[in-house]
Ligand binder design. Structure first.
Ligand SMILES: [Zn+2]
Length: 101
């Protein structure tokens, strides 16, 4: 389940939205003022390791971070170095802090 972080351009509140799938067309609304004038903070796309229901998926280390890469390319964005590094480390068996699989 992808989690995105948004910032409300009306009241500057930062909030998270959960989506059931990447194809979801749900429009994010500010949790504070219910404005739909929000901007996505792409850097907070999660690795989403724990909630993957396919237990064997991450036994292939090349699958780690794959959806993150796809998510960035889908939005036509260049992946920040920090994200790139975290994925590379995870594939080498060094999971980023806070991840526990
Ligand atoms: Zn707001």
């Amino acid at each position: 389940m992808p989690i995105y972080e948004y910032k409300c351009t009306e009241c500057n509140k930062v909030f998270e939205m959960f989506f059931k799938s990447y194809s979801s067309n749900k429009t994010p609304e500010c949790t504070s003022c219910e404005s739909s004038q929000v901007s996505k903070l792409i850097s907070s796309v999660t690795f989403n390791v724990k909630s993957n229901s396919d237990a064997g998926y991450f036994s292939d280390s090349s699958n780690i971070g794959k959806h993150v890469e796809q998510s960035f390319s889908k939005h036509g964005l260049e992946m920040p170095n920090s994200v790139r590094k975290s994925i590379d480390n995870a594939r080498k068996g060094k999971m980023p802090k806070g991840l526990d699989i």
